[in-house]
Design a protein around this ligand. Structure first.
Ligand code: CA
Length: 419
């Protein structure tokens, strides 16, 4: 599909992350506007709440965008998703008749503060990149036992914490936790020394469901995608994870990018999952291309210094699609709600520079890597700013997600001192 031209000139640049083809959904505020739903177009944000009250868009008879979040709209289902996108494409297209009225509903992105685009009702995190699972398994259990026996048959995951999900730009405080290093006789309570990122994509469930979903139903129920950084304390994780999986190691924060890029905008970038070593059981068997070709990049900027690229990969390396994760999630009868967030799991490709975590990039801290500033890293240091970037490349346009950024602040001297 070629670039769709808009009367918002900045949206027509070949490298603009928010062309008319994208139309991602977020929540923004300014000094004079309370938080509200908006759509990114070029370098401005279109105020959906005001457009609805002015009668320029009518999703239903009532006000869908009265609250600052996209959950109510998501829950309306695919017919309404298609209708709103169609209306926005008309209003913002180059030949729109409504330019003069609409111009007053645009806010420069540079004046806006971004908020959580939706209320995260539940958060589940998966482990679906074969290279990542193999790398981590090799470090923890040796290459012979790297992939757990279930791994090639089900997309394994665990239930995370919706309360820990924050929007891009939120500072991240280095956590304290219980740790036990190889030379410690007993565990101790201390700040994490092996604090890390996980480069992931987050899939957002739109349609609620109550019972098992087919793979096609699961794919249809995914409203859109965000970038997701699942901050991880590796030393806390190593001590606590057996036998029930990660707990406090993953509960500090998970950062998401502020714009929901809809599945509709990503349609031209669909691609197949990799070859299967074993046929998947029927309810998980691939029925069409349900992964997406999205270039991904991680940068790290030490305090006061320029950012270095530390990893580059693509979402297309995943072994399981978000649709397969959602279908698997519902097999037990588990109900899903609008705003359910599914983390893909760390996305690592086959080469060293494709690894989506510092744990892998430094091979458990044994092989420090060098930044463009000349500094080296094993894990995150205080003052480091980590950012994730995602881009799908179309014919003369790109689809971007916005930043997924967080700065790591030093651990508190005493986390129980409330003065
Ligand atoms: Ca994760």
């Amino acid at each position: 599909m070629p670039l769709l031209k808009s009367w918002v000139e900045s949206a027509n640049a070949a490298d603009c992350p928010f062309p008319l083809n994208n139309l991602p959904y977020g929540v923004f505020s300014t000094g004079t506007l309370q938080p509200r739903c908006g759509v990114a177009i070029g370098d401005v944000i279109f105020d959906i709440k005001t457009a609805e009250s002015a009668g320029l868009i009518a999703v239903t008879d009532g006000a869908v965008f009265a609250k600052p979040g996209w959950n109510a709209f998501m829950a309306l289902g695919n017919t309404h998703w298609v209708a709103l996108r169609k209306r926005l494409l008309e209003l913002l297209a180059e030949d729109s008749d409504e330019k003069d009225v609409l111009s007053e509903l645009l806010t420069p992105m540079s004046d806006a503060t971004m908020h959580m685009p939706f209320q995260v009702t539940e958060y589940t995190d998966f482990y679906a990149s074969r290279n990542h699972a193999f790398n981590v398994g090799t470090m923890f259990r040796g290459a012979e036992n790297a992939l757990p026996p279930n791994w090639l048959h089900i997309p394994i995951g665990y239930n995370g914490r919706a309360s820990s999900v924050v929007v891009s730009g939120s500072d991240i405080r280095r956590p304290w936790g219980q740790l036990k290093g190889p030379n410690d006789d007993l565990p101790r309570f201390a700040p994490s020394q092996r604090f890390d990122i996980e480069l992931e994509m987050g899939a957002i469930v739109g349609n609620p469901s109550d019972g098992p979903l087919t793979l096609q139903e699961a794919d249809d129920n995914i409203f859109g995608y965000v970038l997701l950084n699942d901050w991880s304390a590796r030393d806390i994780q190593a001590w606590e994870y057996q036998p029930l999986g990660p707990f406090q190691a993953k509960a500090t924060a998970t950062t998401i990018s502020p714009w929901i890029v809809t599945t509709a905008a990503l349609e031209p970038f669909r691609c197949d999952a990799p070859e299967r070593e074993y046929d998947l059981l029927d309810h998980l068997k691939d029925t069409g291309p349900m992964l997406f070709d999205i270039d991904l990049r991680v940068t790290l900027a030490p305090e006061g210094q320029d950012a270095s690229t530390i990893a580059e990969t693509n979402y297309n390396v995943m072994y399981y699609s978000a649709a397969q994760q959602l279908a698997h999630h519902t097999t037990s009868g588990c109900s899903m709600r609008a705003g359910d967030l599914l983390g893909s799991g760390t996305i690592s490709g086959p080469e060293k520079h494709n690894r989506g975590s510092l744990l892998e990039l430094s091979w458990g801290g044994k092989e420090p890597f060098t930044l463009e500033t000349g500094e080296t890293r094993n894990f995150i240091e205080d003052g480091d700013t980590l950012n994730l970037e995602g881009r799908a490349k179309g014919d003369g346009y790109v689809i971007g997600f916005g930043d997924c950024i967080g700065k790591v602040l030093p651990a508190l001297d005493d986390p129980y001192n409330r003065s």
